[in-house]
Design a protein around this ligand. Structure first.
Ligand code: NI
Length: 256
């Protein structure tokens, strides 16, 4: 079986004590590709280090909306330079976060647009973080013609209306732990409806831990629990769901 976790943070300090063991557990659970996300000045270097250490770990680099106010022009140049690295497969996570609201909205808007423009210039897909900002996220993606590069709506939590707009713009929808929660009616409905060739799975570890480990630390191997739930919703075997989502990730990221 080949599972791909398209969004994880295994470099996080939550894994200080057992990072190598946790990555080995993922491999043992059938996870054959991991995209680790570096999203600010601290996590980009630790993400690159993991991608260099493990053959099956790849990197996405970008500037998170929560840290938007700290992004300097040289940081954007740094991201552009890192994108030449053979294991950097996407720019992300980028987008808007109106929940934490730690950077002013106009600054989030500018930093998001600058990174979409960079992605189009160099031809890399983008990984979108959108929290409580569906309208503005869609507006910016449209205005900046993000459809040209496409990418992933990470931990998708919107309505079917929003989902359709994202699909029309060439985006894949990625789902994590929340689809395993009993009360997760809407995400389960979207998983049931999304075209199979646009479905991806992820963990967002150490956050968003799936059932039955909810409340504990998440780790990338638990993407198998997400896959099991998605397979059940779609009436597929775990192996079929793993293959479909891995094929999708291969196509998007250009994995051979
Ligand atoms: Ni994340």
């Amino acid at each position: 079986m080949m599972l791909t976790d398209t969004h994880t943070h295994m470099d996080a300090s939550a894994f200080e004590e057992d990072r190598d063991e946790a990555i080995q557990r993922a491999w043992d659970a059938g996870v054959t590709r991991i995209v680790n996300i570096g999203f600010n000045r601290e996590t980009i270097p630790t993400t690159m280090a993991l991608a260099e250490k493990y053959d099956f770990v790849y990197a996405a680099v970008g500037w998170h909306p929560q840290d938007a106010k700290d992004m300097l022009p040289e940081d954007l140049e740094w991201i552009e330079e890192l994108c030449k690295h053979p294991k950097v497969v996407a720019i992300g996570e980028i987008g808007l976060d109106y929940y934490w609201d730690t950077s002013p909205k106009d600054v989030q808007d500018r930093v998001f647009r600058e990174q979409i423009r960079l992605a189009r210039r160099i031809g890399k897909p983008i990984i979108i973080h959108n929290r409580d900002a569906h309208q503005d996220t869609l507006k910016i993606l449209k205005e900046e013609n993000a459809a040209e590069v496409g990418g992933i709506m990470h931990s998708f939590s919107g309505s079917w209306e929003t989902a359709k707009e994202c699909l029309d713009m060439n985006f894949y929808l990625s789902f994590g732990g929340p689809i395993t929660f009993k009360n997760a009616k809407q995400p389960k409905e979207i998983v049931a409806q999304v075209p199979l060739d646009r479905l991806l799975i992820e963990t967002d570890a150490p956050y968003l831990t799936p059932h039955p480990f909810r409340g504990k630390r998440n780790e990338t191997g638990y993407v198998r629990l997400v896959a099991e739930t998605a397979a059940e919703i779609r009436g597929l075997s775990l192996e079929e769901l793993a293959q479909i989502t891995t094929d999708n990730a291969n196509r998007l990221f250009g994995f051979k």
